[in-house]
Design a protein around this ligand. Sequence first.
Ligand SMILES: *[C@@H]1O[C@H](CO)[C@@H](O)[C@H](O)[C@H]1NC(C)=O
Ligand SMILES: *[C@@H]1O[C@H](CO)[C@@H](O)[C@H](O)[C@H]1NC(C)=O
Ligand SMILES: *[C@@H]1O[C@H](CO)[C@@H](O)[C@H](O)[C@H]1NC(C)=O
Ligand SMILES: *[C@@H]1O[C@H](CO)[C@@H](O)[C@H](O)[C@H]1NC(C)=O
Length: 255
Amino acid sequence: MWALIARSIVFSFLFHCSFQLLPLPDFIHPCYELTDECFTKATLDAIPGVVKGIPEAGIPALDPLIIDKNISIELPGNLKMQFINAKLAGLSTCVPDKVSSRREKRMFIFDMHCNFTIRGLYSLRGRLLLFNLDTDGYAKIKIWNQHIRLEVVEKVVRNKAGVGHYKINSYKYKADYGSDLKMNLTNLIRGNPDISANLLQVLNRDSQLFANEFGGPILDYAIDYAMNVTQRFFNAYAYDQLSPIPLTDDFFVKD
Ligand SMILES: *[C@@H]1O[C@H](CO)[C@@H](O)[C@H](O)[C@H]1NC(C)=O
Ligand SMILES: *[C@@H]1O[C@H](CO)[C@@H](O)[C@H](O)[C@H]1NC(C)=O
Ligand SMILES: *[C@@H]1O[C@H](CO)[C@@H](O)[C@H](O)[C@H]1NC(C)=O
Ligand SMILES: *[C@@H]1O[C@H](CO)[C@@H](O)[C@H](O)[C@H]1NC(C)=O
């Protein structure tokens, strides 16, 4: 993580000093028309390449995404769950349903769906059905067709050399439960594999009830991470490279 940040600082430093633009990767297809069709297609084209990582722009591979902090989740019934060393796989499966731009609000809206798998160690404390749990084990959670609607507000900032770059001002997102969720938690009842397996079955029957609580904190992390990466991308490539439609001067903000 720090190595990456250091590298992207070095990159933007080199960039500002030499004013040399990195060539745009061939999977980035700028839109000559500001239509939903073009933005949706461009996003579809960009996802596989971006997810593989763009080392020259300081962008690491994103699938799986390694979550470098422990994520705490509060579940109904005073249950506390923690994910330790979790990995999120599936960003490369994301399919944009519709991407549109509200140019007057400087907003992009991404509607997409993805299949995610979360793997890692978990710990669980609290009451679940009839059981007082104080356990830990291995977790694997699959979510199918998680729908995400992401709104990103951006501006264009001109650096000292007069080169414009996108800057993410703010973002927010909404996600639904997905069409299905299956979890596998080992050792739910410490040392009792049979009851553990039964309890897991019961949980999976009502897994939609947990989907939001599970998905939320991990998705918060993933989207924050993706936004950080997107900003790194915008720092590496100029507005003019990404968008052939010239902006009027009032769009620019001085650095
Ligand atoms: C995460 O939790 C584990 C086990 O409780 C602990 O060893 C580790 O230091 C924690 N990691 C972070 C980044 O807090
Ligand atoms: C998600 O998985 C389902 C079932 O395996 C598959 O039909 C669907 O195409 C996948 N969706 C994405 C966005 O990869
Ligand atoms: C859950 O994972 C464990 C360990 O990987 C495996 O042995 C078990 O068969 C899995 N259970 C289910 C219901 O998939
Ligand atoms: C995103 O960047 C901010 C600011 O540098 C940082 O505080 C945050 O931890 C980063 N998020 C992730 C998920 O890496």
